[in-house]
Design a protein. Sequence first.
Length: 33
Amino acid sequence: MTLLVMGIMFAVIGYAMYAGVWQSPVPEELYDA
């Protein structure tokens, strides 16, 4: 797996986590996980 692919995957996952965590109410346990 090339660095380019890893970078793209990291960006997509990071954006998904950012959108999922900050745009929806989540239990505080999720932050500690």
